[in-house]
Ligand binder design. Structure first.
Ligand code: 5RP
Length: 221
């Protein structure tokens, strides 16, 4: 099973997992990225079994609407039953690095709102320790220099993501060279730097469930 087939299988498995939990008034939270796109495609097949979606990016909103799925503003959603999204890395404690697609802030907001978070990855994503994937940090543009210096002080090498603006009008610093031994502590520490909107460590908002697409099928981490 190649990576694309693994992503498709895990997206389908997530849909099968959440389907029994959905009712006609349910709202489903939807992530961003290639795996989340395949989840949207699977979700479209059961779109009459739930009410609406809330989305973590303009790109996912467009894909949901193209499938005829009603997309609510998060503030208009009475509750979000489940959030389903991919990740760039997942460690054995289910802490994640996310934000390769730059949607980390909205992703973290929807994950925090949802009753439960199901993370869907192919088998290239599980790692023993987070940090080989450069950690995305969303930054208010005027604070880019300050935040970069503070991140360097933490031992990372921040790289400005050239030509990229988030859906929130901000910039991304991708931090190379971090070996993340305590994801909870580093998530808090980076978020305390003035000008940081959020960083791509999802430790406070760990998924309850991680599904991994492997050559042998879909496994639960
Ligand atoms: C986007 C994300 C994605 O979930 C992450 O980058 C994984 O993407 P893909 O499913 O394409 O491998 O965090 O901001």
């Amino acid at each position: 099973m190649d990576q694309d087939r693994a992503k498709a299988a895990v997206a389908r498995a997530a849909c099968d997992l959440i389907a029994p939990q959905l009712a006609t008034d349910s709202v489903v939270g939807v992530g961003t990225g290639s795996t989340a796109n395949l989840f949207i495609d699977a979700l479209a097949e059961i779109r009459h079994t739930f009410d609406a979606a809330v989305s973590s990016s303009e790109a996912s909103t467009a894909r949901l609407q193209a499938h005829g799925i009603h997309v609510l503003e998060l503030n208009a959603a009475p509750a979000v039953a489940v959030y389903v999204d991919g990740a760039d890395e997942v460690d054995p404690s289910r802490a994640l690095i996310k934000g390769g697609g730059g949607a980390l802030t909205r992703e973290k907001i929807v994950a925090a709102t949802a009753d439960t978070f199901v993370c869907i990855v192919d088998d290239s994503k599980p790692v023993d320790r987070l940090g080989a994937f450069p950690l995305p940090v969303e930054v208010i543009p005027m604070a880019r220099g300050l935040v970069a210096r503070r991140l360097a002080g933490l031992g990372g090498q921040p790289v400005y993501r050239q030509g990229f603006v988030t859906d929130n009008g901000n910039v991304i610093l991708d931090v190379h060279g971090l070996s993340i031994t305590d994801p909870d502590a580093l998530e808090r520490e980076i978020n305390h730097i003035p000008g940081v909107v959020t960083n791509g460590i999802f430790a406070a908002e760990r998924p309850e469930t991680v599904l991994v697409g492997t050559p042998g099928g879909v496994e639960r981490l």
